[in-house]
Write a protein that binds this ligand. Structure first.
Ligand code: PMM
Length: 296
């Protein structure tokens, strides 16, 4: 499997074309999460100041992350929306510092606000990770003008309703159709590449999350990103009440997503995830050589 991202900007590790670049990869890439927020549900605000966020990003890249995702707004259930000015004051120093260090990884900005995406891409972010999937009417234009790829995330209600469990008729069909619409919208606006994310946990309960994972690879035109890291359904299934204790369960979800052609997995614990992906790839190769995996 080979995926590619196109950008008008130079991408670290990308091949230069027409002033821009193409970034190709053929093993599931790991995106490391850098939450520059005081109230993150998953890492409790440990990286809320720019210095520790930059250090943490560097460690994740050293451990094998190909992308670092810098976010300044918490999407945990019950979180208050953050003013874009505040969000910018959190993410810009981190993005600028990472660019100054010439970090050998793509820098993504996790935001649903076009003004934040605009300033972040001007400061050097290579990718926009939009958890609202282009809901902001200015977002598609901003990403198109910046010439950067975008991640569109399926959601129902951000951020306050994140924990709610809405009704779906056929969750896989509805999420797939919605993603296809947003991909078409992004392409029509001139965004060079689009990554589709079914939004694990975004207005979805355990059965919805599991149904989506079981339906991978989704029938969408483009690379798929899965972000299950430390989410509530992982805690519910494994019995790990504290978010920080959910890394093994999260890694297993992402290994299975990788087996089903997820192009990117978004994680907090890069070390555990990289080990799990490497081990799974070696075992899959060994099982294939021995005649396939046993069926259960
Ligand atoms: N989840 C969160 C935030 N950003 N972005 C993408 N593309 N996919 C996700 O599943 C996703 C995201 C919420 O989790 P966090 O607060 O631990 O970052």
């Amino acid at each position: 499997m080979t995926w590619e991202l196109h950008s008008a900007k130079r991408l670290p590790g990308g091949r230069g074309v027409d002033g821009g670049s193409v970034w190709r990869w053929n093993r599931t890439a790991v995106m490391g999460i850098v939450n520059v927020t005081p109230d993150s549900f998953s890492d409790g605000g440990r990286f809320a100041d720019a210095t520790s966020a930059v250090e943490h990003a560097g460690e994740m890249v050293a451990a094998g992350a190909a992308i670092v995702d810098v976010g300044g707004e918490s999407t945990r259930p019950g979180a208050d929306p953050v003013d874009p000015e505040v969000e910018l004051s959190r993410v810009l120093p981190v993005i600028s510092a990472l660019r100054e260090e010439s970090l050998p990884a793509l820098i993504s900005v996790d935001t649903r606000h076009a003004v934040v995406a605009e300033a972040a891409t001007a400061a050097g972010a290579h990718l926009v990770n939009d958890v609202s999937g282009l809901d902001d009417p200015d977002m598609a234009g901003v990403c198109s003008r910046a010439g950067v790829p975008v991640v569109v995330v399926h959601h129902r209600g951000i951020p306050v309703a994140l924990g709610d469990e809405p009704e779906y008729g056929d969750v896989v069909a509805e999420v797939t159709a919605w993603l296809s619409d947003r991909i078409a919208m992004a392409r029509a606006a001139g965004i060079p590449s689009v990554i589709a994310d079914p939004g694990i946990g975004f207005g979805k309960g355990q059965r919805h999350n599991l149904a989506i994972l079981a339906a991978l690879p989704l029938d969408v035109d483009g690379p798929v990103l899965i972000g299950a890291s430390r989410k509530r359904f992982v805690g519910a299934i494994t019995g790990a009440a504290a978010a920080a204790d959910r890394d093994v369960g999260s890694a297993i979800v992402h290994v299975e997503a990788a087996r089903r052609a997820a192009a990117i997995v978004r994680v907090h614990d890069v070390v555990t995830q990289i080990q799990a992906l490497r081990m799974a790839a070696a075992l899959d190769a060994a099982f294939a050589a021995a005649g396939g995996r046993p069926s259960s």
